[in-house]
Write a protein that binds this ligand. Structure first.
Ligand code: NAI
Ligand code: UGA
Length: 441
């Protein structure tokens, strides 16, 4: 099958590399010339475990190529995947400008019948719009069938998610297009759910909104646990054993970040509002998350008072481990709050420093080594649960910090372990208990 993927971002690159791995002839197009130049030279613009080797192998064997030329990309394709960004506009709606440009481009370039498959997360009704744009501009003798095929991969495990995902959703009323898409995905042996286009679009928003709700729920509960002296990790374990609740996505912490949960929850709230059906539940989910991201700085002030001129080691900049993505990362909120308080910040991250630097510039210092970040710090805040942070010897806090105070926004260390060290440790559970405990030691 000749496949074109529009967009060389996280979704576009993973889709391109994995479809090439399945033996298809894949062309990936992006409007950013410098990205394409980099990819053509064999370098990936993003960090995603396992992606580099798949890109390298499939470029070398001729299954995968990159271009910035729309005619070259679209004219002969059997299937075109749209994987361009749909970022939030100022009012929280999904910005569809990139989608519109791709749809126009496809309409003008195709020279044969084609299936256009939307992987980008788009509000309900967008695929109908894409169909209209293409139908009104394409050569009249050609057929283009638009199919909704939302993507559920997670950054950091995107390749595994492609090959071992929980489900594939194909939204179309056209049985011929559905069959072709089902054939494409058949080798993966993943359950395929076939729906109409609008339901497929809604499944994507509903999935992300449900997961975000689970996170805000557990964070809300963590804050109540702290007040009443219960341990949120024990509580999560206890409720997670109920099959109807499940053990996943119950990690309390500094809230959800990333390029999707924040934008997709906001987009769904806006969509509901536009339909005169305000979503009170999702509004609360967002509010809880915003508050949660500022919690480490509130804890810091409660613990050491004024943060003015205090040296803070921020451990982790990525919105989660195993990615270099800092979009909507909780760390960015923490930095903003710390700088507002007059603190001096030195941040460690194994992969995300270049992306963070593009946003934060020289407002903070950067450290590629945890020890350097901790050196002489008054306080450490853990924002991302990287293995490099979880597996560090806890002695290091004592040897490098003045009087070690660690605010752990990701519950990285077992309490029985941390209690062996002279560290004031404040995690997203039982603050008072742990602080008193240290004083007793
Ligand atoms: N990042 C993720 O983990 C997931 C993202 N999604 C959704 O997939 C979509 C893409 O997300 P990301 O890959 O994170 O975006 P991204 O921002 O990393 O990449 C998008 C790429 O599209 C390119 N682009 C823009 N206009 C173009 C055009 N006319 N032709 C060709 N390329 C064009 C951009 O230059 C950019 O490289 C979004 O709708 C997102 O919500 C869905 C599931 C997972
Ligand atoms: O639409 C998308 O882009 C994707 O969004 C999420 O994937 P992703 O954002 O890559 O990462 P997650 O693992 O879901 O984590 C999102 C955020 O929630 C936080 N989180 C996650 C789980 C948890 O228990 N607690 C928690 O705070 C993470 O730290 C992170 O900041 C979804 O999991 C994917 O299915 C979806 O395709």
């Amino acid at each position: 099958m000749k496949i074109t993927v529009a967009g060389a971002g996280y979704v576009g690159l993973v889709t391109s590399a994995c479809l090439a791995e399945l033996g298809h002839q894949v062309t990936c197009i992006d409007i950013q010339k410098e990205k394409i130049d980099m990819l053509q030279k064999g370098r990936s613009p993003i960090y995603e475990p396992g992606l580099d080797s798949l890109l390298e192998k499939n470029q070398r064997n001729g299954q995968l190529n990159f271009t910035a030329n729309p005619h070259h990309a679209y004219s002969k394709a059997d299937i075109i995947f749209i994987a361009v960004g749909t970022p939030a506009t100022h009012d929280g709606l999904a910005d569809l400008k990139y989608i519109h440009v791709v749809a126009h481009s496809i309409a003008h370039c195709i020279e044969k019948d084609v299936i256009v498959c939307t992987k980008s997360t788009v509000p309900v009704g967008t695929n109908d719009l894409i169909q209209e744009i293409i139908d009104s501009r394409k050569p009249p003798n050609l057929k283009a069938e638009v199919v909704a095929n939302p993507e559920f991969l997670r950054e950091g495990s995107a390749i595994i998610d492609f090959f071992q995902g929980d489900r594939i959703v194909i939204g179309t009323n056209n049985s011929e297009a559905a069959l072709i898409m089902e054939q494409l995905y058949l080798p993966l042996n993943i359950p395929i759910i076939r729906t109409d286009i609008r339901s497929a679009e809604m499944i994507k928003y509903a999935s992300n909104a449900f997961l975000a709700t689970k996170i805000s729920f557990i964070n809300e509960l963590a804050n109540i646990c702290e007040k009443v002296g219960a341990d949120i990790q024990e509580v999560a374990n206890g409720i997670g054993h109920d099959k109807r609740i499940g053990p996943h996505f119950l990690n309390a912490g500094i809230g959800y970040g990333g390029s999707c949960f924040p934008k997709d929850t906001k987009a769904l709230v806006q969509l509901a509002g536009n339909m005169k059906h305000p979503s009170e539940l999702l509004e609360a989910v967002i509010k809880v998350n915003n508050r949660q991201q500022t919690l480490p700085v509130l804890k810091a002030k409660e613990t050491i008072g004024s943060l003015k001129d205090k040296k803070v080691a921020l451990l982790g900049l990525a919105f989660k481990p195993d990615t270099d993505d800092v979009r909507e990362s909780g760390s960015l909120t923490i930095v903003k709050e710390l700088l507002k308080e007059g603190a001096v910040v030195r941040a460690y991250d194994p992969f995300a420093i270049p992306n963070a630097q593009r946003i934060l510039g020289n407002t903070i210092e950067y450290a590629y080594d945890i020890r350097f970040a901790l050196q002489d710090a008054d306080l450490a805040i853990i924002a991302t649960e990287w293995d490099q942070i979880k597996h560090i010897s806890l002695k290091v806090y004592g040897t490098h910090m003045k009087d070690p105070i660690v605010i752990d926004g990701r519950n990285c260390y077992p309490l029985e372990e941390i209690q062996k060290y002279p560290i004031t440790y404040i995690s997203v559970e039982g603050l008072t208990f742990i602080m008193l405990d240290r004083m007793k030691r």
